[in-house]
Design a protein around this ligand. Sequence first.
Ligand code: TXA
Ligand code: MG
Length: 370
Amino acid sequence: MSLDDQKTFFWKVDAICPDPEIIRQAGLILRRGGLVAFPTETVYGLGANALDVSAVERIFTAKGRPQDNPLIVHVSGIAPVYEYTFAIPQKARLLMEKFWPGPLTLILRGNGRIPGMVSGGLPDVAFRMPDHAVALALIQEAGVPVAAPSANLSGRPSTTTAGHVLADMDGRIEAILDGGASGMGVESTVLDMTGDIPVVLRPGGITPSQIRTVTGAVTLDKTLLDNVATPTRPRSPGMKYRHYAPSAPLVLVEGSPDMIVREIIKLAGYYAHMGKKVGILCRDGHQDHYPYLTIVAGGEDPASVAVLLFSALRLFEGTGVDIILAEGVEARGMGLAVANRLRRAAGGNVIKAGQNPVIPTFSNIEYRKE
Ligand code: TXA
Ligand code: MG
């Protein structure tokens, strides 16, 4: 169980009733300081024993992740959270009771027992109980809290299948548990519970209005608003670093569905005329509008876009497209999480359909290639 031979075990498991022997071996790897990728209901996670500093350090190395970006501690119930916090505020407790297991990560004041390496040196620790039988069985078997970021190379789209994990992590980690595709497709909502009013730091599967029903007032982090809710100029020079980066630059077009289609046809024509190979990320049923390579992610319901978004971004790899034009979604309800991920993938190249945007000239499109 070392990486001396650069071999990553790839174990298929039943998503509902995983083989206890495989879970036992995977738990052993975690207890011995190894890394195991596992399915959750949101995306695949890359797990290590959260109490083992050198194991956690290996997560950052395997992903190429900056060490100041903190990890979520995955637990199999509410009880362990008491061990690693001074107290659980009442609103946090109510949220856990309502939404755990599920796609809601809560940031609480830690008591110092989770190593600083996990929380990026911050006193606050993020906790989540995933809603997936394989993840829960693994955490229980390991008998320790499991630190786990999304199981992708840093900067790349998150992984929603074990095949994606293998593509990014083969030879870097000890094992991958293949429990099929993740049902939700975007990562959990990250909610800061350290103040009186909860603050959404990352939108995800649990929406602000769902949270509001339990806690009353909720605010959205200011940078999240910058990224999602306020109009962005077509080209944002400061935005050099991108998350969820596909293999070609992505221009996101937002607005009403009709306007989006019209704008994309116009933009695609412009880029095609320049001799560029255009790819379009679109809703099901829109393919016929575009005489270009199209990859479909979902339908009109943003939750269905969430399911396919990251795998669609990865599907553009190998198509040889020079530019991806993506249909935007309305940033409401589950659409908030999808719009946030699309904006990150676009890295500031966001166009409002029909508002006489400046077309990003090809050489100006912000793009950081791996
Ligand atoms: O759905 C998910 O949350 C997936 C699955 C595997 O559980 N995990 C995931 O982890 O998306 P990761 O590392 O890719 O994203 C964690 C996010 C990051 O944006 C990180 O900055 C934030 O949570 N975060 C973690 N701990 C934090 C803390 N103590 N304070 C502020 N933000 C924190
Ligand atoms: Mg991630």
